[in-house]
Design a protein around this ligand. Structure first.
Ligand code: SF4
Length: 230
């Protein structure tokens, strides 16, 4: 098997470099990258942390689809040539490593951060069996991997569009009774470049490794926005 890997360093040209790999049982794309870096090419740059499918820092585009490298086995890809490239819609740092700054910037721009309501108890919990919690259950496990942003064609089209992760987070906050930022965030969400921009093609939902549907969160926010008008 050959791994065809995207390469780029500041000042250079983008290119792909091919590395032969001998897949072993249970070998992941991340295992292969580590093996290449420790063996034939110590200059190859990529990012990872937990290696066990929890942190999302090894998110890449593998054979045309966003996936985490540490959970993508080589064998089931059933190809003699596997292409690996960095996430789309993020600035490149080097090779497979991207700058996640736009991710947090868009979170802030969309108001997708917790704004404590006044008078909250020090440990204001939402019980796991409450209706309030169940309403957002499907949307809260975001690990911030950025795969949904990479898969979203609208992110490339409109710089001001917050993107699926930020809108998904905003959805959980708009339904959180501890949050005091509903009104201000609602105004941002109803602006021209936020909820209304989503084309609903669900590219984000198709790739989310946590099986979150940002598309569904956006639709539910839209429904709330429309109901608020009447
Ligand atoms: S919503 Fe899913 S794909 Fe998007 S950042 Fe969160 S975990 Fe990653």
């Amino acid at each position: 098997m050959v791994l065809r890997v995207f390469r780029w360093a500041p000042g250079g040209a983008e290119r792909y470099q091919e590395y032969p790999v001998t897949p072993r049982a249970g070998m992941t794309v991340l295992d292969a990258l580590v093996e290449i870096q420790r063996g034939s090419d110590p200059t190859l740059a990529f990012r990872y942390a937990c290696r066990v499918g929890m942190c999302g820092s090894c998110a890449l585009v593998i054979d045309g689809r966003e996936r985490w490298a540490c959970r993508t086995l080589l064998a089931p890809l059933r190809r003699s040539l596997v292409t690996v490239r960095p996430l789309y819609h993020f600035p490149l740092i080097r090779d497979l490593v991207v700058d996640q700054e736009p991710f947090s910037r868009k979170m802030l721009a969309a108001g997708a951060t917790f704004a404590p309501a006044e008078g909250l108890a020090a440990f204001a919990a939402v019980g796991r069996d409450t209706a309030e919690r169940r309403r957002v259950d499907a949307a809260i496990e975001c690990i911030g991997c950025g795969m949904c942003v990479s898969a979203c064609t609208l992110v490339a089209h409109d710089e001001r569009f917050p993107g699926p992760a930020a809108l998904n987070r905003a959805f959980t906050l708009q339904l959180d009774s501890r949050d005091g930022g509903h009104a201000e965030r609602g105004t941002r969400l109803r602006s021209e470049d936020a909820l209304a921009r989503c084309h609903g093609q669900a590219g984000c939902t198709a790739v989310c490794p946590m099986e979150i549907s940002p598309t569904d969160s956006i639709l539910r926010l839209r429904r709330r926005a429309i109901l608020a008008l009447f």
